[in-house]
Design a protein around this ligand. Structure first.
Ligand SMILES: Cc1ncc(COP(=O)(O)O)c(C=O)c1O
Length: 441
């Protein structure tokens, strides 16, 4: 085996040994360590992280308290499968998650190891509980990579090509993307025309009593950090209630304070039937959570959804320590306040540069639209070269989702790097060759 010690060596070797479907091409960078919102690559270069490992490191990198909790648990008993016997840590973590769930505590938790598996759990539970087969989800949704999650996603043909038949009876509707309203409406004139598309379907070809669940991202993440109008979310939840359809929210990307509330759905004053989580839920280790009302969660018998390593003690020990830190350090509030600060900085930039078309988001979940794909790709390339971990969503949205512990100085520095990249772009200093390095989705 070659010794791998530089960025270049690691990235080159990676492309030889790792299957390409797990990589969306950006600059070849390999991170060696991190602290808070800072990262260091194998060549010793420092970066500010605006991606938080795809919103899976909300607590920040290199947290010593979490590392200590993991070490202690690993030393005592790394894990013993809860499929056959019982462990304290997954019980304690479930208790904590139930406390955090909006509404009463008559809830239960089902563990998986990834967000995608937790989506599959929710699909199974919805079918099991309602005895219905049809599922509604939204165009632009990313719900994950297992076959069930792929079936209800609608964001990339590469997820479906060569897959043959996926789960049948999935119906996709338009997400409420108000900045590009297909009905030409604005906030004042909006009559929830996009919701009426679902109601029309219920009258014409999709019997609502056959629909088990609606899967909804409370902020459409990979579609470009789209925040739906509150009245839409409330009306959608009411529509579900009216027809006995489960309202399931995918919080995999937006939970853990990302939006300035613990769950993004709390921004809309709606209580979902099921919440699905992943990413940051394991304090840096793999964890998926599906949780909801007890009667729904107990509608399936073992082993309908059971994984040997799910809810294992080491991950739960890390997660429990993370919850403690979240509460002690007020990380949800930090996301809200710093998010406003960051968004305002982008709004100031927008006044100076026409190529910034829209700035939106809640908390530290911010989307910034630029003119087009080429502009976005070049600016991202330049940012990555200059020490900023920043990627895009869709054709032309900058994805700004840093660890919640990012400092104000790091936010200011990030804005400086982005502004310099914009200037370099406008001065024609970023060559077309970079377009072959970065490809996005
Ligand atoms: C909204 C959403 N749902 C589901 C997933 C899938 O989660 P995982 O990659 O942990 O399987 C993701 C991951 O990016 C996501 O952003």
């Amino acid at each position: 085996m070659n010794s791998l010690s530089t960025n270049k060596e690691i990235c080159a070797r990676e492309s030889e040994v790792l299957a390409k479907t797990q990589k969306i091409p950006y600059c070849p960078i390999s991170f060696k360590s991190g602290k808070g919102a800072l990262l260091y690559d194998y060549d010793g270069k420092e970066y500010i992280d605006l991606l938080a490992s795809a919103s899976s490191a909300n607590i920040g990198h290199g947290n010593e308290e979490v590392a200590e909790a993991v070490k202690e648990q690993m030393t005592n008993l790394a894990q013993y499968t809860i499929a056959y016997f019982s462990c304290k840590e997954p019980v304690e973590y479930a208790e904590k998650l139930i406390e955090l769930y909006p509404g009463d505590n008559n809830k239960k938790v089902l563990y998986s190891t990834t967000g995608s598996e937790s989506i599959d759990a929710a699909i199974k539970l919805a079918k099991g509980y309602t005895g219905r087969n049809k599922i509604i989800s939204f165009n632009g949704a990313y719900h994950g990579s297992t076959l069930g999650a792929i079936s209800i996603s609608a964001i990339s043909l590469n997820m479906r090509r060569k897959m043959g038949s996926l789960m049948p009876d999935v119906h996709h509707f338009n997400y409420p993307v108000c900045i590009r309203c297909p009905y030409g409406k604005c906030e004042e004139s909006c009559n929830l025309e996009c919701l009426k598309e679902i109601e029309n379907a219920f009258n014409l070809y999709l019997a609502p009593e056959e629909v088990a669940a609606i899967f909804f991202e409370p902020i459409a993440g990979d579609a470009g950090i789209i925040v739906p109008p509150k009245k839409y979310v409330q009306a959608l939840s009411e529509l579900c209630k009216k027809h006995g359809i489960l309202f399931i929210v995918d919080e995999i990307q937006q939970a853990w304070g990302r939006s300035g509330k613990f769950f993004a759905i709390e921004n809309f004053d709606v209580e979902p039937d099921i919440i699905v989580m992943g990413k940051s839920s394991g304090g840096g280790l793999p964890m998926g959570v599906t949780m909801g009302k007890t009667e729904i969660m107990d509608s399936l018998d073992a082993p309908a959804h059971l994984f040997t390593l799910a809810g294992n003690s080491t991950v739960c020990a890390a997660a429990l320590k993370m919850v403690e830190i979240f509460e002690r350090d007020g990380l949800v509030e930090q996301s809200k306040v710093k998010g406003e600060y960051f968004k305002n900085k982008f709004l100031e930039l927008q006044k100076k540069y026409d190529i910034i078309k829209d700035v939106r988001g809640l908390g530290l979940s911010i989307g910034v639209d630029l003119t087009d794909k080429v502009t976005t790709t070049k600016i991202i390339y330049q940012c990555q070269q200059n020490g900023l971990v920043l990627i895009s969503l869709g054709e032309s949205t900058l994805r700004v989702q840093p660890p919640l512990v990012i400092t104000y100085e790091q936010i200011d520095k990030s804005i400086e790097i982005i502004e310099q990249a914009i200037k370099d772009f406008l001065d024609g200093k970023i060559p077309d060759e970079v377009l072959s390095v970065i490809n996005g989705w």
